[in-house]
Design a protein around this ligand. Structure first.
Ligand SMILES: [Zn+2]
Ligand SMILES: [Zn+2]
Length: 166
């Protein structure tokens, strides 16, 4: 979303109310491409103090993440509060987005806020049994005998040791 800020830029206390949606299908993090299953919604305001602009508001969207145990897609809602500053020159003490001309582009700021707030791990359900590390079966849909075999073979080893010590 590109905003023309010429009407509020130089006017102290001028406020621009913002409420918009952006349709973006994917965002890219370093590791992966993440699907968005709902538009990015933003509601907030941009306030001028005559020199700087202050953006605050809430970013909402729904990402399609994947279950950490079984890899099934998990729609994950995010709601993020953002506060950003815009100015015409950099400042070492705080992060300021540089304004060039009469426009600022909010899209990269919203995407960055989402990328910084992606949960590390999601699960499709707390009861998700995951995938068998041995045969690869999804244990929510199917059962396998792998676990028992592991336990059995351990018992077998113990039994052999026990028997040989007699
Ligand atoms: Zn799962
Ligand atoms: Zn298995």
């Amino acid at each position: 979303m590109i905003l023309n800020i010429s009407k509020i830029m130089k006017i102290p206390d001028a406020t621009m109310k913002l409420s918009f949606e952006e349709n973006i299908n994917f965002i890219e993090s370093k590791a992966e491409k993440i699907k968005l299953v709902s538009p990015i919604k933003f509601k907030g305001e941009l306030i001028s103090d005559g020199k700087m602009l202050y953006l605050n508001g809430d970013v909402n969207t729904v990402l399609e993440l994947h279950c950490d145990r079984c890899t099934k897609p998990v729609p994950t809602s995010l709601s993020i509060r953002i506060e950003e500053k815009f100015g015409s020159y950099e400042n070492d003490e705080e992060e300021i987005h540089i304004i060039s001309g009469n426009e600022i582009d909010l899209t990269p700021i919203l995407i960055n806020a989402i990328l910084l707030n992606i949960p590390m791990k999601v699960v499709c359900s707390e009861e998700c049994k995951g995938i068998c590390p041995q045969c690869g079966k999804n244990l929510n849909e199917d059962t396998c005998d792998c676990k028992e075999e592991v336990v059995d073979s351990r018992f077998a080893v113990l039994r052999t040791l026990f028997d040989s010590s007699k």
